[in-house]
Every structure is written in structure tokens, then in C-alpha cells.
Design a protein around this ligand. Structure first.
Ligand SMILES: C[S@@+](CC[C@H](N)C(=O)[O-])C[C@H]1O[C@@H](n2cnc3c(N)ncnc32)[C@H](O)[C@@H]1O
Length: 323
């Protein structure tokens, strides 16, 4: 356990103090992913109700060859930079395709979770010893700044899968895509997985599954704050609530306080009051239609080449190229 001064200096503590002082209160979903959160997310990906991973996996299974063809590679070497790589299960299919074509692959997975990156790195190295893996433990915001400073000779493919972009609001998403575009050189490609607007009931079940795993994922954030920041949240006094607005395509998750309560933040000596039914907004998962995709990628200098879709028409991976 860190000292109170060390805790006070972490970005996590600063973000929690600021987020719990806002009205409405909010904490970024990037803090879901500690070791326990990684484990719960692995369970989420296997849920019947959580269609996203299966849909995108199917796209990679059926279209990896077409994706590689569409990259129009200029040499026999490619550098893959994956933002929020997680367990990289889908990326493995793409790496397999590239490897089978005899291409030299350098893989740079970026993730805020050191534990997931460790597992991913060993998995890739085990299956594809010929691939150079250079993991980067950082938030993708920080990592993009870093990458801009390192010149690269190879053609690059940026990956942002799992509809991770949906964790940002439209304005943030546009800024983020602009940041990626600025890290790209001419002919570099960007493959991004985006979840489509669809039957609201299907979407809601993905964020409030019948087995309670998504609820556990959300509540783990309280446990994580207790473990790492020394707070005293009582998870039995909170309820996981998921909503979906079919007008805007925005799914949101909240932790709702079941009663008026006070929570102590030891590193700054403050007590935060939560009223009965007051919420902490913990996640946004935006769903997309063509209009939204066009808006987010407008004026980024990226040209849309193609998209690849699953057989249920739930999910798309869009391929862009830098001009
Ligand atoms: C929803 S999972 C998706 C994982 C993988 N891309 C997939 O499609 O299966 C999100 C991943 O992004 C990471 N992550 C979330 N927010 C992040 C951030 N701001 N910077 C870097 N990684 C982040 C998490 O640790 C987690 O591994």
C-alpha cells in the first residue's frame, strides 16, 4: 500500500476527487481495468448477452484476408499499433494472416493495464515467436504523444477495436481520432471497430446481463478505490444501473446510491456526500450510425476505404487510410 502522499500524487486519486466533486458525479471507465477488472471483463466477453466481442471476432475470422489485402502494403514489413489492446484475441487472427504471408510484423500493444499486457505479450510470443512484440503500458492519450516523437520506417496499421471509441463523447472522439491521424504518415492505415445502433433491448442486455457480471464489473470500481486509495465504499449500498437512449445511440452505466451516505477520501481529507438515489456516472458506450461516423472522421485527413461487418449486422470495422 502506498503512503497517503504517494496516493495523493496519483492521477487516479486526482481524477476520483475531481469526479466526485462534479454534479452529476462521474469517474472514467478507464479505471475499471485493474487486475480484478481485467478478469471480470474476460468473463463479460464470454457472456451470451455481450454480443460485441463475438461479432467483431467473426469479422476478423471471416475477413482478415480481405483486411490485409485492403492495406495495400508497400513493403514486406508492417508495424501494428493497437490502442487498448486488452487480450488481443481478434488481433491474433490478423497477425496470423500477416505471418502466413511471410510479412515481418512488429506489434505494439498499448494498454493502461499492465497485467493484461503481460498476458497478451506472452500469448503472442508463444503463438508467433517470429513477431516482435513491444508492449507499452500507458493510457492511449499519453502513448499517442510518445509515438509521435518516435519516427518509424515501416508502414503502420493503427487498431482501435471493441468499440472502445464509444467510451468517449462525440467531441472527445473527434479529438481523439484527430490525434491518431496526426500520428500517422501517408499510407498508414487505421482500422476501428464500432458498434452499430440496433434493437435497444439487445444493447441494454449487453450492459445489464442476466448473470450480473456487468454489475460486478461496475461495482469493482468501488472495491478498487478502497484497495488503492483507502476509501471505504460499501458496495452493498450501490446499485448498477444501465440505460440506453435510442435517439442518440448512447448507453450509459451508473452506480446509484441506495441511501444518503458520506464517503471519506483520506488523501485529501474530504468527505463526499451522496444523496439517496444520487448517481456516479461510470461509463458511456456510444453506438454508431453512418451520420455519426462521418461527423467524427470529418476533417481528419483520413479517407474511408471500406468497412467489414458481421453476419448479424451488429458491428463494423472501418478501414481508413491517411492521404
Ligand atoms: C473494452 S476492453 C477492449 C479490449 C480489446 N480492444 C477488445 O476489443 O477486445 C478495453 C481495453 O482498453 C483498456 N483501456 C481502457 N481505457 C484506456 C485508456 N484510456 N488508455 C489505455 N487503455 C485503456 C483496458 O485496460 C482494456 O484492456
Amino acid at each position: 500500500m502506498k503512503t497517503i502522499e504517494e496516493i495523493a500524487n496519483t492521477r487516479f486519486a486526482k481524477d476520483v476527487e475531481r469526479g466526485l466533486s462534479l454534479n452529476p458525479k462521474r469517474i472514467s471507465s478507464k479505471y475499471f481495468y485493474d487486475k480484478k477488472g481485467d478478469e471480470i471483463f474476460q468473463k463479460i466477453m464470454r457472456l451470451d448477452d455481450y454480443y460485441l466481442t463475438r461479432a467483431e471476432f467473426e469479422i476478423f475470422l471471416n475477413h482478415s484476408s480481405a483486411i490485409v489485402d485492403s492495406l495495400e502494403l508497400k513493403s514486406n514489413q508492417i508495424e501494428i499499433i493497437e490502442l487498448g489492446a486488452g487480450d488481443a484475441t481478434k488481433t491474433l487472427l490478423l497477425i496470423k494472416e500477416l505471418s502466413e504471408r511471410g510479412l515481418t510484423v512488429i506489434y505494439k500493444p498499448i494498454d493502461i493495464s499492465a497485467s493484461v499486457l503481460q498476458t497478451t505479450t506472452s500469448k503472442i510470443s508463444k503463438h508467433f515467436p517470429e513477431v516482435t512484440v513491444e508492449p507499452i503500458t500507458a493510457s492511449y492519450e499519453d502513448a499517442l504523444g510518445l509515438l509521435q516523437k518516435i519516427p518509424s520506417q515501416s508502414q503502420k496499421l493503427f487498431l482501435f477495436l471493441g468499440s472502445n471509441l464509444g467510451n468517449l463523447n462525440s467531441e472527445e472522439a473527434h479529438e481523439f481520432v484527430l490525434g491518431i491521424a496526426q500520428s500517422m504518415a501517408k499510407d498508414d492505415c487505421f482500422l476501428i471497430g464500432l458498434d452499430k445502433m440496433k434493437n435497444p433491448e439487445v444493447i441494454l442486455r449487453a450492459y445489464n446481463d442476466s448473470e450480473g457480471v456487468t454489475s460486478e464489473f461496475n461495482l469493482n470500481l468501488l472495491d478498487r478505490m478502497n484497495r488503492e486509495l483507502g476509501t471505504s465504499f460499501d458496495r452493498s449500498l450501490f446499485k448498477h444501473i444501465a440505460t440506453y437512449d435510442p435517439g442518440t445511440g448512447t448507453a450509459k452505466s451508473f452506480l446509484v446510491s441506495k441511501k444518503r451516505q458520506s464517503v471519506h477520501l483520506p488523501w485529501c481529507g474530504r468527505d463526499i456526500i451522496l444523496e439517496k438515489f444520487e448517481s456516479i456516472h461510470t461509463e458511456i458506450s456510444q453506438k454508431y450510425n453512418e451520420v455519426l461516423v462521418e461527423e467524427i472522421f470529418a476533417h481528419t485527413g483520413l479517407k474511408r476505404m471500406k468497412y467489414f461487418e458481421d453476419s448479424n449486422e451488429y458491428f463494423r470495422d472501418y478501414l481508413f487510410v491517411k492521404q
